[in-house]
Design a protein around this ligand. Structure first.
Ligand SMILES: [Zn+2]
Length: 217
């Protein structure tokens, strides 16, 4: 069953990413998985997010077969599907090229947990994956490996991949990761950043999962 409202979420996500400065032009790609059917809704290859229509969104199954849509899916479709197949908890994947996160990836540095919001929703760290050319199976494998159980990974000389339980969470994670990269680079420039210890990261994640926010959220 194909759902127009999920295609609309993809279109709206593109507009939001442009507005928030998370991507420029046609760079980056993102997708969501419908937990009900397991189908994946992904951006088409090389299309302008400002003019993207619901009919341009491509729907794939977990073996990268096109189920619906006339357009060619993103060249990174293999990477998106590999993440969904490896992570049951993930229903949205955002790949983009944000400035500060990419700076860390260029230096093959990782982004540790240096702020509480990062620790709560991104994880213990964002590793820097091994390099591979865009659109390749090796890139997909490297990203899955680099991501592990965290919600973000840096792609050397390229950008980032962030994941979430739904698109709203993935976009928040995207913003927090990029803000943390900016803070980390500034902190490194004037001193030695204090990294949040693993046990505190775990405590904060447990707190967010069990006690934070409205009941049922
Ligand atoms: Zn890219």
């Amino acid at each position: 069953m194909i759902k127009t409202e999920l295609k609309e979420t993809i279109v709206q996500t593109g507009i939001k990413m442009l507005k928030d400065g998370l991507t420029v032009g046609t760079w980056g790609n993102f997708s969501l998985r419908d937990p009900e059917t397991g189908l994946i809704y992904i951006t088409p290859s090389g299309m302008d997010y400002e003019t993207l229509k619901t009919t341009d969104v491509v729907v794939l199954d977990s073996e990268i077969n096109i189920v619906d849509g006339e357009c060619t899916p993103s060249v990174e479709k293999g990477m998106h599907i590999a993440i969904y197949n490896a992570r049951e908890d993930v229903n949205a994947v955002v790949h983009t090229h944000p400035l500060y996160s990419t700076v860390l990836g260029v230096n093959k540095m990782e982004l540790p947990a240096i702020s509480e919001d990062f620790a709560q929703i991104v994880g213990y760290k964002m590793s820097c994956s091994e390099y591979a050319l865009p659109g390749t199976d090796v890139l997909a494998q490297n990203v899955v490996k680099g991501l592990g159980k965290e919600n973000g990974v840096l792609l050397p000389n390229h950008g980032t991949v962030l994941v979430g339980a739904d698109m709203k969470s993935a976009l928040t994670i995207c913003q927090v990761a990029e803000k943390s990269a900016q803070i980390y680079i500034h902190a490194l420039s004037i001193g030695t950043p204090n990294i949040i210890p693993d046990e505190d990261v775990k405590a904060m994640q447990d707190y967010v999962r069990t006690r934070y926010g409205q009941k049922g959220n």
